[in-house]
Design a protein around this ligand. Structure first.
Ligand code: TSX
Ligand code: MN
Length: 602
C-alpha cells in the first residue's frame, strides 16, 4: 500500500508512524486516509456518506450543511455492560467497573480486529481534547473505519493537521476503533454497519490506550469524549493532581456586571445541557456557556481552580429540546449539524418528541419508516442525538477557548429526587461537599434501563466514566481540597430541580427560573450572610431566595426546603450500605462525614 509515502510526509513522530503501520497491518483495510481536518475533507466525507446511503442531506434553506441518519436499532446507546477498565489489578478498576486482565483482553481483541477493516477505508484522526496548544489539552489519535466517526470528530474535537502540529514529539493516546463488519469482495455495505454479536469498549489505564469494537454510536465510537476525556483523563488527573469531571461549565454575570464561573455535575436526564446554556428568567442576570458535558480542572499558581472544556461541540439528547426548554441549543443546531435517530420531515428537516406540541404531518421515524401520531411508537428514539459545533451556540462565553481555562468559584452537584433533598443547599466545607458529590443519586427515568422511579447511585455523575477505583477517586477529591485550602477553594452546592409535592406535581418551575437558585449560589460565593444551618447543610435564609415575579405558594416553598429527619436517617442507612461496596478503598473522610450527618440528625 502506498500510504507509507504520505505518512512520512504527514508526520515525523516515529512512534505514531509505527503505531499506524501496525494498525494497518492488523486491520487490513483496502485504503488508508490520513485526515487533515479541513472543511473540504469534511464535506467530501459527508458527500460520500450521502452516496452510500448513510446520510440524507437536510433542506439547505432550513438547515444548511446538515445531515440526518439513523443507526441500526441495536446500536442506539452506550453499552455499559460491554465497557471495561483493564488495569493490571482488578482492585484498581474497583467495584463499579467491569474488569478483565489486560493481556487476556488484548489477545481476544486482536483476534476480533484482525482483518476487521477488509473492504473498507481506515481513517487516521489526530485530535486535540482542549484548545489547540493549551498546556491542559491532550492529544489522541483515533484509527477508525467509520466515516460517521470522522464527520462527528470534525465537529466534536479540534482534529487533523492542527492537532498533529500540537502533538509535536509528545505522547498521544492511541484509540483504535472498528465497527466490526469487514466487507467481502463485491459485498454491498449497509447504511449503519455494526456488530450484532461483539461489542467491546475497552480502556487500558496504565498504558493509556483505548480499543473499541462493534459499535458506531456516540460514546462507544467517538473515543475522544467519554473514553479519553473522562475514563483515561480521570486516571491521568489522579496521577498528575487534576480533575477530569462529568461537568458542565457556565459563567454567570450579575446585573452589576460581576462575573463568576461554576461547574456542575448531574446524572443523565437532569437537563445538564439546558442548564449549561440557560436563558435566565431573572432580569439582569446573564448566563454564558463554556461547556455542557466535560470539565478538566486544575489549581493554578494562585490557587484558583481553572476549568477547560476539552470538547469543541455538543453531542446532546434531542428529544425534549425545544425553543421553550433550550432556545440556545435550538440556535446552535440550526446548521452544520448531524442528527442521529431523530425523525425526518417531508421537507427534509428534523423533528423529535418535545420539539413542538404537535408533530408535523408525514414523518419518517428514526427507523426509516413512515410514521403517524397514531402509532404506538415514538418518532424519534429517546436517545436520539444532535452533533453541533459549540461555536454556533449564541451564548458561548468569550473565554470558552481560553487555554488557561476559567476560574471556578463554585461546584454544583444535582440529582433527580422527588423527595428528601431540598431545592438547594451548601456544604459546610470541602470535605462535606465531596461527601455530597459521592452521595449523588438520581431517579431512573425512561431514558435509562431499569425500574422507573427507583434510585440509582451515581457518585459525582461519574459512575460509568471513572477509569479507576471510585474509592480512590473520592480520596483524590478529598486530597485536592486539603492541598489547596483558603478562600479560593470553590464552595460546593447541591441542587434538586425535581422535588414533588404531596399532590405528585413538581414544586419548582425549573428551567430559566433556576437562575434564582444560581443567584443565591453567586451571593454565597461572594460571602453574603444569607444562609441558615440545618443538619444536612446550609439553606437559604427566609427571603434570601429571589422570588420576585414568581407565583409560588408558601406551602410549596416550605416543602422545597423541608428537611425530614426520618427520611434522612433512611438516606444515611442507604448510603452506608452503598459505600460498603468500596471496602478498604473508601476513604475515612467519607465515613466520617456519614457519621457526622447521622449525629446531626439525632
Ligand atoms: O432540564 C430541565 N431543567 C433544567 C433546566 C435548566 N428539565 C428537563 C429534564 C429532562 C432533561 C426539567 N424538568 C427541569 C429543569 O429545571 N425541571 C423539570 C420538571 C418540570 C417539568 C415541567 C414543568 C415544571 C417542572 N412545567 C410546568 O411547570 C408548566
Ligand atoms: Mn454526559
Amino acid at each position: 500500500m502506498r500510504f507509507n509515502e504520505d505518512l512520512i510526509k504527514w508526520t515525523k513522530h516515529s512512534s505514531l508512524i509505527h503505531w499506524i503501520q501496525e494498525m494497518v497491518k492488523l486491520c487490513r483495510p483496502d485504503q488508508v486516509h490520513l485526515c487533515d481536518g479541513s472543511q473540504e475533507e469534511h464535506e467530501s466525507v459527508c458527500a460520500q456518506m450521502v452516496r452510500s446511503g448513510t446520510f440524507i442531506p437536510l433542506n439547505e434553506q432550513k438547515r444548511p450543511g446538515s445531515f440526518w441518519c439513523h443507526s441500526d436499532p441495536n446500536d442506539v446507546a452506550r453499552v455499559e455492560d460491554a465497557t471495561f477498565i483493564c488495569s493490571k489489578r482488578k482492585e484498581d478498576a474497583g467495584p463499579t467497573n467491569n474488569w478483565k486482565d489486560p493481556e487476556e483482553m488484548k489477545k481476544m481483541l486482536l483476534g476480533l480486529f484482525s482483518g476487521c477493516m477488509r473492504g473498507r477505508t481506515l481513517y487516521v484522526i489526530p485530535f486535540s481534547m482542549g484548545p489547540l496548544g493549551s498546556p491542559s489539552s491532550r492529544i489522541g489519535v483515533q484509527v477508525t473505519d467509520s466515516p460517521y466517526v470522522v464527520a462527528s470528530m470534525y465537529i466534536m474535537t479540534r482534529m487533523g493537521r492542527s492537532a498533529l502540529k500540537a502533538l509535536g514529539e509528545e505522547n498521544f493516546v492511541p484509540c483504535l476503533h472498528s465497527v466490526g463488519v469487514p466487507l467481502e469482495p463485491g459485498q454491498k455495505d449497509v447504511s449503519w454497519p455494526c456488530s450484532s454479536t461483539h461489542k467491546y469498549i475497552v480502556h487500558f489505564p496504565e498504558e493509556r490506550s483505548i480499543m473499541s469494537y462493534g459499535s458506531g454510536y456516540g460514546g462507544n465510537a467517538l473515543l475522544g469524549k467519554k473514553c479519553l476525556a473522562l475514563r483515561i483523563a480521570s486516571v491521568i488527573g489522579r496521577d498528575e493532581g487534576w480533575l477530569a469531571e462529568h461537568m458542565l461549565i457556565l459563567g454567570l454575570t450579575s446585573p452589576q456586571g460581576e462575573k463568576k464561573y461554576f461547574a456542575a455535575a448531574f446524572p443523565s436526564a437532569c437537563g445538564k445541557t439546558n442548564l449549561a446554556m440557560l436563558k435566565s428568567e431573572l432580569p439582569g442576570w446573564k448566563f454564558e456557556c463554556v461547556g455542557d458535558d466535560i470539565a478538566w480542572m486544575r489549581f493554578d499558581q494562585d490557587g484558583s481552580l481553572r476549568a477547560i472544556n476539552p470538547e469543541a461541540g455538543f453531542f446532546g439528547v434531542a428529544p425534549g429540546t425545544s425553543f421553550k426548554s433550550n432556545p440556545n441549543a435550538m440556535l446552535a443546531i440550526a446548521k452544520n449539524s448531524i442528527f442521529t435517530n431523530v425523525a425526518l420531515t417531508l421537507d427534509h428537516d428534523v423533528w423529535w418528541e418535545g420539539m413542538t406540541d404537535t408533530p408535523p404531518a408525514q414523518l419518517t421515524s428514526w427507523l426509516g419508516k413512515p410514521w403517524t401520531p397514531n402509532d404506538q411508537t415514538k418518532a424519534a428514539h429517546p436517545n436520539a442525538r444532535f452533533t453541533a459545533p459549540a461555536k454556533q451556540c449564541p451564548v458561548m462565553d468569550p473565554a470558552w477557548e481560553d487555554p488557561k481555562g476559567v476560574p471556578i468559584s463554585g461546584l454544583i452537584f444535582g440529582g433527580r429526587r422527588s423527595s428528601v433533598t431540598p431545592l438547594v443547599c451548601e456544604s459546610f466545607n470541602w470535605e462535606h461537599g465531596v461527601f455530597l458529590g459521592a452521595s449523588l443519586s438520581s431517579e431512573i427515568t425512561a431514558a435509562a434501563a431499569g425500574e422507573i422511579g427507583k434510585q440509582r447511585h451515581d457518585p459525582f455523575a461519574m459512575l460509568p466514566f471513572c477509569g479507576y477505583n471510585m474509592g480512590d477517586y473520592f480520596a483524590h477529591w478529598l486530597e485536592l481540597g486539603k492541598k489547596h485550602p483558603g478562600p479560593k477553594l470553590p464552595k460546593i452546592f447541591y441542587v434538586n430541580w425535581f422535588r414533588k409535592g404531596t399532590d405528585g406535581k413538581f414544586l419548582w418551575p425549573g428551567f430559566g427560573e433556576n437562575a434564582r437558585v444560581l443567584k443565591w449560589i453567586f451571593e454565597r460565593v461572594k460571602g453574603q450572610d444569607n444562609a441558615d444551618v440545618t443538619p444536612i447543610g446550609l439553606i437559604p435564609k427566609k427571603d434570601a431566595l429571589d422570588f420576585s415575579g414568581l407565583k409560588l405558594s408558601q406551602e410549596a416553598l416550605q416543602e422545597l426546603f423541608d428537611v425530614k429527619p426520618e427520611e434522612w436517617r433512611k438516606e444515611v442507612e442507604d448510603l452506608r450500605k452503598y459505600f460498603s461496596i468500596f471496602k478498604d478503598r473508601l476513604p475515612s473522610g467519607i465515613t466520617d462525614q456519614l457519621s457526622q450527618l447521622e449525629s446531626r440528625l439525632k
